[in-house]
Design a protein around this ligand. Sequence first.
Ligand code: UDP
Ligand code: MG
Length: 336
Amino acid sequence: MSKNRSSCTPLPEFCTLSIVIPVYNERDVLPLFYRRLARALADLPSENEVLFVDDGSTDDTPQILEALRQGDSRVGVARLTRNFGKERAISAGLELARGDAVVIIDADLQDPPEQIVHMFQAWQAGAEVVNMRRRQRDGETLLKKATSHAFYRVINRISDVPIAHDVGDFRLLSRRAVTALNSLPERCRFMKGMFAWIGFEQVTLDYDRHARHAGRTKWQYWGLWNYALDGITSFSTAPLKLAMYTGLISAISAFLYAFYFLLKAIIVGDPVQGFPTLIITMLLLGGLQLIAAGVMGEYIGRLYVEVKQRPQYVLSYYHQASINANSTKSLNHQIT
Ligand code: UDP
Ligand code: MG
């Protein structure tokens, strides 16, 4: 283990833990979430910063967050100018968080705040990244479980880094891990892959994931499909290779087939027939070409997004939590 990792042992009072919570239209669950989080944090020896990132909510989430902030100086609120998506809200939180370690947690109570104390202990014991693996997934349809399982099988076959199944965004990252993540400039952010990519000493804890406490999931199948495409294109070029090899195989088959027809024409003559073969071959090749062009298009589209170099999100406002300056050495990390 590295000696200069940011940990607060042996002086617990010199340590700050940031909790980053991406929030989008969670008015029904926020008050209970906050109560449970506050109770869980009371067990920790650290100074805490609770950073809500409001991802452009359109309900009264901003008012609720403001009330929480007024009542508790540990609460900070950042609001994005519109809904940028959970991944970007998390990126914003990771850039703004000032703690020696950062926990990312959903607001809907699917990730139990009571687990944070175990994550904290694992970090104190030396882990730079503490991943949380769900033992069970209440409240999810069979179809969602099956598609998610299939996705992780595919991506792990073709990706350069192993991406853990059943590990979501709920995790703790040390300051060094956060700095590494923040240094990744990509716009297409497949966080699960990026968490794996940074490496470091990683520990995985198991927990029971419950159904959403209130409100609705923001994920629809189309969104999940695009998320899966993002994951695959960000972490593998295998689809491009597949397109090339499919083209190669169909070209070789076409040559062999042409040779067969040439011999046949020489030996038995050339009566006009074989329309079905012709049309099937044409359609098959046309289809393959379109698929290959589509695969390239997926990559080119993402290249386009990357080269535009737009910022990942735009902040509407950021009200910092007040952290006791004596109790955190991580104020050095304050973003400018
Ligand atoms: N979320 C967000 N922006 C979005 C969608 C979701 O910040 O565009 C937040 C949401 O408020 C919640 C977390 O991300 O705190 C997880 O969202 P959700 O429960 O919809 O996802 P699921 O648990 O179904 O994967
Ligand atoms: Mg959820």
